[in-house]
Design a protein around this ligand. Structure first.
Ligand code: SAM
Length: 407
């Protein structure tokens, strides 16, 4: 049977559903294997560096093609058995079939490639710091369901790999903490019982907290990081891999304070993770966070942890430096923005303030590296690039870039 060719399919260099045999030699930061046919780049999800594969083309773009994996003809020596039976169907994980050491190697390399190709910076990148747990590390999951058209039980889980709509039913999730998996069957049962009352569908929350799992966005969650205890609303932002957090905050603390900085601004501070974890190294600390509830919890976390030299403002980070009276050359600014990166307003007023040190933390190296071009223009030099693997088995990674103002 011949496949119907989608409208708009560009037939060069390959015909629709043409099957190719190719060697995979790299991994894109979207998690796809990269191979070449006569020099033409082909992206193949779930194919790994070292594989020889058969792949079926479904799209030709201006300078690359996309193809589905049909068969692994010769497996990469780095392939391992995935833990989850839904691996390859569920869109949550991309790398369960890749040895953890090689996941880390490629995440490090992706950062170096982005720096070179996107920002024109040839910089040494430290090897990605491993998560102490390769599985059962996530402290929060948010499975989704759509209301079934014909009644019956909905699929409750995550988007299907390669789909923007279809949900895969996920009864257990091996990257979620064990306590979450214990509660998941009960949470799913509650959805089945209530599904008739939903108009369309919904997303449910399971957030691990000291002493249990929370399923209500407005309940207060509690997490210990090193010697500190953080409270925050379960539906607000908090980092999702508690096992790596002490390594992560220790590294940011060292980077922010190693040149004798005395003052700290934590922009995009959430409930105070960096501001409070780093506070003992600074004379004064200011955190800024747009979510009022997170900023309230940051203040309360400062009090409950006995930290009296940290203040928190509920405000847009884009308009904060006019109010900062710290001496700029002795100030370190930690930036940890959402995935879209920093706004131009934020960067403009940050550069006008001109702190001696900036430690830029990001869960999206693509926008982080885009922003580095602005730091370069403003007279900052990168002194360290350190990826952290907060998200094993997935394409996601966190990266910490340290910048110093040039004299
Ligand atoms: C990636 S989270 C980091 C939070 C915190 N650093 C942590 O590690 O827990 C980004 C935070 O930025 C906040 N945010 C988003 N836009 C903001 C803005 N324009 N100004 C200040 N904070 C903002 C979000 O509410 C969120 O808490």
């Amino acid at each position: 049977m011949t496949a119907t060719i989608p409208k708009g399919f560009h037939p060069e260099p390959f015909s629709y559903h043409q099957e190719l045999e190719l060697d995979i030699d790299a991994l894109s930061n979207a998690g796809d294997g990269i191979g070449r046919v006569d020099g033409w780049v082909v992206f193949v999800p779930f194919a790994l560096p070292g594989d020889r594969v058969k792949a079926r083309v479904w799209r030709n773009d201006r300078n690359y093609s996309s193809a589905d994996l049909v068969e692994v003809l010769r497996p990469s020596p780095d392939r391992v058995e995935p833990v989850c039976r839904l691996f390859g169907t569920c869109g949550g994980c991309q790398y369960q079939h890749f040895s953890y050491g090689r996941q880390l190697f490629w995440k490090t390399r992706q950062v170096a490639d982005l720096l070179r190709l996107q920002a024109g910076l040839e910089l040494p990148v430290n090897p990605a710091i491993a998560s102490p747990r390769e599985y059962h590390y996530r402290s929060k999951i948010t499975p989704h369901f759509d209301k079934p058209k014909e009644g019956g039980k909905p699929a409750i889980g995550f988007l299907k790999a390669g789909s923007r709509r279809e949900v895969v039913d996920v009864p257990q999730c091996p990257i979620a903490m064990e306590c979450i998996n214990e509660v998941l069957p009960m949470a799913r049962k509650s959805v089945y019982q209530a599904v008739a009352r939903f108009k369309r569908g919904a997303t449910i929350l399971l957030r691990a907290s000291e002493g249990g799992v929370i399923t209500n966005n407005n309940a207060v969650a509690c997490e210990k990081v090193g010697t500190l205890e953080f409270h925050f609303l379960a539906g607000d932002f908090f980092q999702n891999n508690p096992f790596i957090l002490p390594l992560f905050t220790d590294y940011v603390a060292r980077q922010a304070s190693m040149d004798g900085e005395e003052f700290l601004v934590d922009a995009y501070c959430g409930s105070g993770l960096f501001a409070l974890s780093l506070a003992e190294k600074f004379k004064k600390v200011l955190g800024v966070e747009v979510s009022e509830t997170s900023a309230d919890w940051a203040r309360s976390n400062a009090r409950s942890n006995g930290i009296s030299h940290a203040e928190f403002l509920a405000a847009d980070a884009g308009a904060i430096f006019a109010q900062v009276d710290f001496p700029a050359e002795k100030t370190a600014v930690v930036i940890d923005p959402p995935r879209k990166g920093c706004s131009m307003e934020f960067l403009t007023q940050l550069f006008a303030f001109g702190p001696g040190k900036v430690v830029y933390v990001s869960c999206n190296p693509a926008t982080q590296i885009r922003d580095l071009a602005e730091f370069d223009k403003a007279g900052y030099a990168v002194t360290a690039v350190q990826p952290f693997d907060l998200f094993p088995q997935t394409k996601h990674l966190e990266c910490v870039v340290t910048l110093k103002k040039k004299n």
